[in-house]
Design a protein around this ligand. Sequence first.
Ligand code: ADE
Length: 226
Amino acid sequence: MRIDIITVLPELMQSPFEASIMKRAIQKGLVEVHFHNLRDYTTNKQRSVDDYQFGGGAGMVMMVQPIDDCISKLKSERTYDEIIYMTPDGETLNQKMANSISMYENIIILCGHYKGVDQRVRDMHITREISIGDYVLSGGEIGAIVFCDAIIRLIPGVLSDETSALTDSFQDNLLSPPIYTRPAEYKGLKVPEVLLSGNFGKIEKWREEMAYEHTKNRRPDLLEND
Ligand code: ADE
């Protein structure tokens, strides 16, 4: 998968891609991430990317020209499956979306700033708008990092068997059951007997029951959605 990220703050975004699972995915050649500094596409002396809002009102708006030029250049070089704008008024990211987007070849992620982007950018180029939750960040960059982490770990070959994404919370609309490692007893707290039994049928059944209980108690909304 190739990810092109358009941002005014590439320096804010780089380090997560130089560590952890995302770094490994890039090293394995499964993912390419390219940053495009929006200021490189400005035509004014100050290299400013924003301007006052027509009609008045607080907050600056990101101008259409630099973003249009950057996206148009990328589109002339390859076809994109999706051109995504990170914005608090987009559809809320969930595991199902992450699963489907992880199968794409090429995507662009546009990070907004200030009040957001000129509506004409959205009308001309954006195919999908994504929010990472009902709160407002100071820019789309951190949202884009969250989004990239969620999709990159799902790309086949990125995770090893031991870290398989198949048993993650949300993968089947259930939260994960409790997990334990050695020692079997710590300060009088014991690991549930069933996990030490070696009976894999029983263990699987226990895990399913616990996942269901845990979901019912914490996130009953997940059980209603199907
Ligand atoms: N930009 C500002 N707030 C955001 C959010 N909640 N999700 C994605 N991008 C954003």
